[in-house]
Design a protein around this ligand. Structure first.
Ligand SMILES: O=C(O)CCC(=O)C(=O)O
Ligand SMILES: [Fe+2]
Length: 209
């Protein structure tokens, strides 16, 4: 079993989706309301159109906005540390924390978080931090309608709940990408949806000088 998987199974209150297809966990109340509010305000203040890995040229594919949190902020560093501690992954083995914001009608269509084997993006990453391993995301609020995360291969839909964390292993036990991690950040129907996302990496993320 993957070491992170073992660590997560031992966390009090952790819920694991019973499927042999992927390792998917949920922990309610990972962040408190104040932490969520603070992160939402930071996302509102500093957002730009989201980009796509392995870009497929479809402009309707990912319509949300992204906030790249600066690494110098003490509060962000604390949230970052909390995520690393939970998954038992040494600090540095991840991309800088991001926030995502979806307005009514915005979504992130079916995709996987790992980089496509043989693709240009993975080739580039292989010179630095390598493939993405685990994903952790935290719902900062519950939009009034819509905005669930749907894992098609296991027919599982996760409804956003303030402070709840979702974590999954993008790779299979042999280290190859797991297509069953395919997921869809579904359209928000009413309100605005906010999440933070953390992608863990095979090797340390290069520090900026
Ligand atoms: O917003 C969601 O529910 C999913 C987000 C996501 O899949 C991502 O940012 O990679
Ligand atoms: Fe994703």
């Amino acid at each position: 079993m993957n070491q992170t998987s073992e660590i997560l199974r031992a966390v009090p209150g952790m819920q694991r989706t019973p499927t042999p297809k992927l390792e998917l966990f949920r922990l309610r109340g990972f962040l408190d309301a104040d932490e969520c509010e603070r992160l939402m305000q930071m996302i509102d203040a500093n957002r730009q159109p989201s980009t796509q890995s392995d870009d497929n040229g479809d402009p309707t594919y990912r319509t949300s906005e992204t906030c790249y949190f600066g690494s110098g902020d003490a509060f962000i560093a604390e949230v970052d540390r909390k995520l690393h501690d939970l998954l038992g992954i040494p600090e540095g083995f991840s991309e800088p924390l991001q926030g995502q914001r979806y307005e009514v009608g915005q979504e992130f269509k079916n995709h996987t978080d790992y980089f496509e084997p043989g693709g240009a993006d993975l080739q580039k990453r292989n010179q630095t931090a390598g493939q993405r391993t685990w994903t952790a995301m935290v719902y900062l609020n519950a939009p009034e309608a819509g905005g669930a995360t749907r894992f098609k291969a296991i027919k599982k839909t996760v409804v956003p709940e303030r402070g709840a964390l979702l974590a999954w292993n993008n790779l299979k036990p042999d280290g190859s990408p797991n297509f069953s991690t395919l997921h869809h950040g579904m359209k928000v129907r009413a309100g605005t949806k906010y999440v933070i996302t953390k992608w863990f990496t095979e090797r340390p993320w290069p520090r900026s000088a």
